[in-house]
Design a protein around this ligand. Structure first.
Ligand SMILES: Nc1ncnc2c1ncn2[C@@H]1O[C@H](COP(=O)(O)OP(=O)(O)OP(=O)(O)O)[C@@H](O)[C@H]1O
Ligand SMILES: CC(C)(CO)[C@@H](O)C(=O)[O-]
Ligand code: BAL
Length: 576
């Protein structure tokens, strides 16, 4: 368990002594067994007497059929005193069905064991449990209760409750449907005891998938053997025509998964890898402060990675660096409107929160802070933070380009994020080199007590710097976009070979861009610390930076040409 979670679990566990379990069916029975084994004082109640039972406990858990939760909750809400926390164990229902208890002042939660529970004494140990709460404290009580019952809690955002339950149905109920369909086809083909024949294959495939994700996919579709697929369809049509649409739909889905496995997309964070904990998703700074308070109090090192989402391997490298260096990792996810100009791509900016959360989970993020714009900039908002001078007026800050207003938007939101999170370390990417320099200056000038770490630029195999905006590129533009990195490499190579005149080296880069049909907004050599123009390589580290529009995408990239080591020729660090 991570440190933050451990602290919160300890606090939440202290609220957990007396538990009322309402309902003595299969789930109620199994929960009661596990809770007693864990040393909780358990009171079991039924409909009719649930209010009296619940009044004996701090936490009440409704283990009743979905359709009865709301009415059972209304009955329980008559308890005097009312338990501080009231939850249910349904997968499909959200917090809304507990409104009666909420109205009376209880916090509410859900705790859904993601496991089949065939008998009232099913062992719940090791089962994942989906938890949510009407407040961070209620969510923590649900997570602590799940742990006390031997389960492994994970968070499900309330707005994605139905998707969560649909996924569980796909994974479990539909698996049975699929196996029953296979059994039917095999039986019609004249094979006796089809279930016994298929069962070892099913169990092995499920185990392989649990271990390897989509890499477990074998068979004709994964091999690209479409002749065999056509023969299958003919056989299905002849023996069990009702199964044809199922086979066709699954074949199509399998093709998509097989293709994805062959060439993993930079947005695909969901397959393979080890099981991961979902991060806590927080939308307000008040909730954020509460969530981070125990970590702060116990002196844990908090890392912040600010992002605008649509995450790729560049972001992942920063998240991993934060994970490696900090006890608690917070990622912010906010497409900041104030750093976009009126004619820029704010509305079109790519967004995929579900994929971002999966990547956050895969890289070990503890908390995702994803406020909406009205929370960050409420009505009447009137303050901005601006780094003055050349730093924000050259390169992208030139008024003919994004202008200093862009950096004002960036520093304002970063200042707000630093205040909201209070990190010990904040991580930024070298791909946005000017942004990193500007943020370092703001942190220095305004005495923010934070260490700024800048991670190296992560690139596609052909050298293109990863960027969320690469998604705008059409296939031919994607090929031409390589010229940005090629131009930078040519400039750096020239410096390494002894060229000291930056304008002569830059001319080589300009030629590469022109040959690729790219007219850059700028390709310039500047001092890597203060962004003043650099006429020579060799004296100090020089930032060679480029920005260009390729199709709809405005792309930026850079390389730092270091000053030579004593005794060496002009050395260059080429970001490749
Ligand atoms: N290729 C990359 N390598 C390392 N860090 C990166 C890379 N791309 C972005 N980052 C860093 O990730 C953080 C969040 O950036 P952001 O969400 O704007 O992504 P982006 O890909 O730069 O998007 P955009 O296309 O808007 O420039 C920033 O600190 C940025 O510098
Ligand atoms: C730092 C940042 C998250 C501020 O919105 C943004 O400029 C970015 O993603 O680089
Ligand atoms: N990647 C820096 C944020 C922006 O382009 O607005």
């Amino acid at each position: 368990m991570r440190e933050l979670e451990r602290n919160r679990d300890a606090e939440a566990s202290s609220a957990l002594h007396r538990l009322a379990v309402i309902g003595d069916g299969r789930t109620g029975g199994s929960v009661t067994h596990a809770a007693r084994a864990a040393g909780l004082d358990v009171h079991v109640g039924r409909r009719g007497t649930s209010a009296a039972t619940a009044s004996l406990a701090e936490v009440a858990l409704l283990c009743v059929p979905d359709r009865s939760i709301a009415s059972a909750c209304a009955e329980l809400a008559e308890a005097d005193p009312l338990p501080a926390y009231v939850g249910h164990v349904s997968g499909a229902a959200g917090l809304d069905v507990l409104a009666a208890a909420r109205r009376r002042g209880a916090e509410t939660f859900t705790l859904h064991p993601l496991q089949t529970i065939p008998t009232p004494d099913t062992d719940l140990a090791g089962a994942p449990a989906a938890v949510s709460g009407s407040s961070p404290a209620a969510r923590d009580v649900a997570a602590a209760l799940a742990r006390r019952l031997g389960m492994v809690p994970f968070d499900v955002p309330e707005e994605h409750r139905a998707a969560y339950h649909a996924a569980a149905v796909l994974a479990s109920n539909f698996l049975v449907t699929l196996e029953e369909s296979a059994t039917e086809l095999l039986t019609r083909a004249g094979v006796a005891d089809a279930r016994a024949v298929l069962a070892p294959l099913v169990l092995r495939s499920a185990a392989n998938w649990a271990e390897a994700g989509s890499a477990a996919l074998t068979g004709p579709i994964a091999r690209g053997d479409e002749d065999t697929v056509r023969a299958h369809l003919a056989a299905v049509r002849a023996l069990a025509p009702k199964l044809e649409p199922t086979y066709t739909a699954l074949a199509e889905r399998t093709r998509a998964i097989a293709e994805r496995g062959a060439a993993p997309s930079s947005q695909d964070w969901t397959t393979g890898g080890t099981p991961v904990n979902a991060p806590q998703v927080i939308r307000t700074r008040e909730e954020l402060r509460r969530a981070l308070e125990p970590a702060r109090r116990s002196g844990r090192r908090i890392g912040l990675v600010p992002t605008m989402g649509f995450l790729h391997e560049g972001h992942a490298s920063l998240l991993r660096a934060a994970r490696a260096g900090c006890d608690v990792v917070v990622m912010s996810l906010f497409v900041n409107p104030t750093q976009f100009g009126p004619n820029e791509d704010l509305a079109a900016y790519p967004r995929d929160e579900a994929a971002d959360l999966a990547m956050a989970a895969a890289t070990g993020v503890d908390v995702v802070y994803a406020p909406d714009a009205a929370h960050v900039y409420p009505a009447g908002y009137a303050t901005s933070v601006e780094v003055g001078g050349e730093l924000t007026q050259v390169l992208c800050g030139d008024p003919r380009r994004r202008g200093s207003a862009h950096f004002r938007g960036v520093t304002t939101v970063v200042a707000k994020l630093l205040n909201a999170v209070g990190p010990d370390v904040a991580f930024f990417g070298q791909k946005d080199a000017q942004q990193a320099i500007v943020i370092r200056r703001m942190v220095r000038d305004l005495d923010f007590p934070v260490e700024v770490v800048v991670g190296p630029t992560v690139r596609e195999p052909d050298g293109l710097a990863m960027s969320s905006r690469n998604v705008y590129l059409e296939p031919d533009e994607r090929v031409r976009a390589r010229a940005l990195n090629q131009a930078l490499s040519a400039v750096a190579d020239a410096a390494r070979a002894g060229e000291t005149d930056t304008s002569r080296a830059l001319a080589l880069g300009h030629k590469i861009l022109t040959d690729a049909g790219i007219d850059p907004e700028y390709l310039e050599a500047r001092d890597a610390d203060d962004l003043t123009l650099a006429a020579r390589f060799g004296d100090r580290p020089v930032l060679v930076a480029v920005a260009a529009r390729v199709g709809r995408a405005r792309l930026i990239d850079n390389v730092v040409v270091e000053s030579p080591q004593p005794g060496a020729g002009a050395a260059a660090e080429v970001a490749r």
